[in-house]
Design a protein around this ligand. Structure first.
Ligand SMILES: [Zn+2]
Length: 82
């Protein structure tokens, strides 16, 4: 179990250069966009755990279809957008 880093909180994601994407909960839409981690930290705090999060997911509003609620995806700093 070496080489693993903890990616539990918003602050940890940011400090490791990871990005957070929100995806529309409506299957027929499937639109996704990158979320502003700085804004999320301002709103929920750097110690807010994204594991088991419901608040961020519920607050997601799709810019395409207006659907409320979605899912989160973590993307590594060197990976292409999902
Ligand atoms: Zn949508």
């Amino acid at each position: 179990m070496t080489g693993l880093i903890s990616l539990t909180t918003l602050g940890e994601l940011k400090s490791h250069g990871y990005r957070l994407f929100g995806h529309c909960g409506r299957l027929s839409c499937g639109r996704g966009r990158e979320l502003d981690i700085d804004n999320l930290i301002k709103r929920y705090g750097a110690n807010y755990s994204i594991i088991g999060d419901t608040r961020i997911k519920r607050a997601l509003v799709c810019t395409g279809c207006g659907h409320k609620g979605g899912s989160l995806t973590i993307a590594g700093p060197n990976l292409p957008k999902p």
